[in-house]
Structure formats: C-alpha cells, structure tokens
Design a protein around this ligand. Structure first.
Ligand SMILES: Nc1nc2c(ncn2[C@@H]2O[C@H](COP(=O)(O)OP(=O)(O)OP(=O)(O)O)[C@@H](O)[C@H]2O)c(=O)[nH]1
Length: 412
C-alpha cells in the first residue's frame, strides 16, 4: 500500500466549512477569528508535521477552529468516498483525529468501510455476566415487562435485558446467594409470579389469582396499537417456542432526543410491540454501546461531519474510529443466562447474526426476522426525512445490511 499524500497545500475553498482564511498579516484585523492557538513543541493537538503544514499553507494562518492539519480533501456533499479516503481507500493520517479513543466495551478491531466483508472478531472467551436485579415495569402501552440489570467482568456499564413474557428467567438472578433472606430475594427480583403487600416467600406465588401477571393475550392488546397496522411476524411452526430477540445498541439521540437521523427509536418500539404479541415471549438485550460503540460525544462529531457531506461510515473513519466498533459477547452471555440459546433475531445486520452466536456457537440464530422501516411499508409511525434515508442507504450499500432499497428509490 502506498503512503498517503500528506504534503498538499490547504485548499480551504474546497472544504466549504471554513471561511476564506486571512493572510497572516491581516489576521489581527479579522475579529471573527479566534487567536491562533499556541502549540508547545510537538505535543498537543498538532502533529509533528505542523511546521510543514505551515509551509505548505504558504504562510496562511487558519482560524483557530479549523483543523491545522487538514489537507486538500473534498468534504463537500457529493464528494465521492475515493476522494475522501485518499490513496487506496486509506484515510490520510493528516485528517485523522489526533487520538483514537477506544470504547470502554471491548470492541472489534479496526474494520474497513464494508463491515460485512470484515465480520467482527469474536472474543475468545465470553464475558461473565450477573443479573443483579430485576423489576416488573408496567409500561405506558399496558404491556408489562421485566427489566433485568446486568453487571459483567469486562466493563463497568449497566447493560440491560428487557424481558417480555413469564417464561424467560435469569439463572444468575435466581441462584441463591449466601445468607440471603426471602425478603432479600424479593427485593432483588428473584421471585416467581407477582409481588404483593404482605408476600413472604420468593418461591411460591401465593398471590390471589386475580393479581397475577397478566396472560400474554391480555397484555399484548394495547401494545399492538403502538403502530397501528404493522403485521406481526408469524413464527414458523418449528420456531413457535423460540423467543424473539433484539440486540439493541444504545442510541441517546434516537431514543431520547427524538432524532430523525436514524431509525433506532422506531426499531426499539417495533421490537417491543412484536415481542408483546409473540407467544414465545422475547428479549431486548440493550447494550450500552452508544453510537455503534464510539460513544455519544464522538457520534455527535460524526453527525457534524455528516452535515458536511460525509456518510455515516466515512464520518466514523475520519474520526479515526472503525465503521462499527461494537462487540456482542455480552449479548451472547446475557442470552445464555436467560436460557435463550435458540433465538429468532430481529435485525438486518449480518455482523450481529454472526457475532451473537458466540465463539463456540453458544447461541443459535434459528431465524432472522428483518426490520423493515415502517415508512417503507407505508405504515404510520416511522421515522422519515433525508437524514434517515441517507443513513439507511449507507447501511445497505456500505455495511451490507440485509434490506432491499424501496423499488421506487424513495428512501423516505
Ligand atoms: N457512529 C454512528 N452511530 C450511529 C449513527 N446513527 C446511529 N448510530 C448508532 O448505531 C447504533 C444502531 O444500532 P442498532 O439499533 O443495534 O442497529 P444496527 O446494528 O444498525 O442493525 P439492525 O439490528 O439491523 O438495526 C446505535 O448505537 C446508534 O447510536 C451514526 O450516524 N454514526
């Protein structure tokens, strides 16, 4: 592979984002520019090539908010990825962020832009997980769920399992703990049936029949109204007892901040709705891998790069992150703990299917259930707009997601 070009002069007009910088002599009079940052030696933000770049810029002083090492790359909309990625698809080091911040959760190694051609490396050993507490959550839709909170031995995040139905239980939660009382067990959620005032045993559901956890048919009614006309996936007869599973990565923007840049919120709602209707029950394994593992701060930077004309993969790479920095060993371990080792997986992501099965095929995906955007099915409640359309197109064309583009070419 030939070395990427790093000595080209800065052509700010092609960047679109930086106003024409003043000549050095006139910079003092341009009050819109912050003073140029002082850089001590070779450290800090500037690379060792800082001097060269100064020279290559013909003594032009960029504004403080411009990356001093940005070469003449076309970051404008419609720039093709070859231009952006430089020689032989590599990102010139000079436009990379100075430091790669690995996610806390152990991740897959740096991958090329086409994730499916570089499936995530499976962890050699599955992490250990322990369900610390579980609680019944009556939801706004009427369906009751059981929220399970997990700790593990590889990161200090609280990963979750949202369980639908009464059949799925956590082995680590139910295991007796030394010296614990019945009340202790009930407080951490290791009880059968339903809690009620005055209950004394965690093991025997001695509650009046009327107060027990509602049956699946009863609890599913209201969630089925969430997205009015979506079809329920009917499980094939041989998978009727196989739970529906969604491995969902945290997305603050899509789930909390009403973002229409992605379909994460819609997918979470739709997964919940389908699970509430499924006789085999279901699990949403909610992994704290925000922004495909790069974290919220970096994802927000990636959004700004997307507004500058890059797609979701290019933006990650420019920030010196892999296209997808996630791993799924924790999901495999959590599913094993929930004794859900044969699953129907709701996803379009081929890497997820391969990765969740684990290094020793501890979990088996017996069926993949696609997640088709509601808007593409002409259903109400889906995320629409240019940004989510671009996001989905890139997932299909660059990341190998198993989803057909709509025949009419209209993404949203
Ligand atoms: N880095 C980055 N992350 C994004 C962007 N948009 C959404 N995300 C993150 O992508 C993740 C979405 O993951 P999932 O919902 O598990 O879905 P997926 O892997 O795309 O595949 P499916 O299972 O088919 O939905 C979340 O962590 C989001 O925060 C983006 O533009 N850049």
């Amino acid at each position: 592979m030939s070395a990427p070009e790093t000595t080209r002069s800065l052509d700010t007009s092609s960047l679109g984002l930086i106003p024409e910088p003043p000549k050095k002599d006139s910079s003092d009079s341009m009050s819109i520019y912050s003073p140029q940052p002082k850089v001590a030696g070779n450290g800090g933000y500037f690379s060792g090539s800082n001097l060269d770049i100064d020279q290559s810029m013909n003594s032009i002083t960029p504004p403080a908010h411009a990356s001093p090492t940005l070469p003449a790359m076309n970051l404008m909309p419609h720039s093709n990825s070859t231009m952006l990625l430089g020689v032989e698809g590599q990102i010139p080091p000079s436009i990379l962020s100075p430091a790669f911040t690995p996610p806390t959760t152990p991740s897959t190694p740096l991958m090329g832009p086409v994730a499916s051609k570089n499936p995530p490396k499976l962890m050699e050993k599955l992490p250990k997980v322990n369900c610390i507490v579980r609680a019944r959550i009556p939801t706004t839709t009427g369906t009751e769920i059981f929220l399970h909170l997990y700790q593990n031995n590889i990161d200090n995040k609280e990963h979750l399992a949202i369980v639908f139905g009464n059949k799925i239980r956590s082995k680590s939660l139910d295991a007796p703990r030394e010296g614990e009382t019945e009340l202790d067990r009930m407080i951490r959620g290791a009880y059968t049936g339903r809690l009620f005032p005055g209950r004394t045993s965690s093991r025997v559901d001695d509650s009046p029949k009327s107060s027990r956890v509602p049956s699946r048919a009863a609890s599913s009614t209201s969630l089925s109204n969430m997205a009015p006309t979506t079809q329920l996936t009917t499980p094939a007869s041989n998978t009727r007892n196989t739970p529906l599973v969604r491995i969902h990565s945290e997305c603050y923007t899509g789930e909390i901040a009403w973002s229409a840049r992605c379909d994460c919120g819609e997918q979470l709602d739709e997964a919940a709705r389908l699970m509430s209707l499924d006789p085999a029950g279901g699990v949403v394994v909610y992994l704290r891998q925000e922004g495909r593992g790069i974290g919220l701060g970096e994802k927000l930077k990636a959004y700004n790069l997307q507004d500058l004309g890059n797609d979701t993969v290019q933006a990650n790479l420019i920030l010196r992150h892999p296209a997808d920095a996630r791993s799924y060993g924790l999901a495999t371990a959590i599913l094993m703990d929930l004794e859900s080792v044969n699953i129907r997986l709701l996803t379009n992501n081929p890497d997820k299917v391969a990765a969740v099965e684990g290094p020793g095929k501890e979990v088996k995906v017996v069926e993949r259930v696609p997640m088709i955007p509601l808007a593409w099915q002409n259903l109400k409640g889906g995320v629409t707009g240019k940004e989510v359309g671009d996001y989905l197109r890139t997932k299909i064309t660059q990341m190998g997601h198993m989803l057909d583009l709509p025949a009419d070419g209209k993404l949203m």
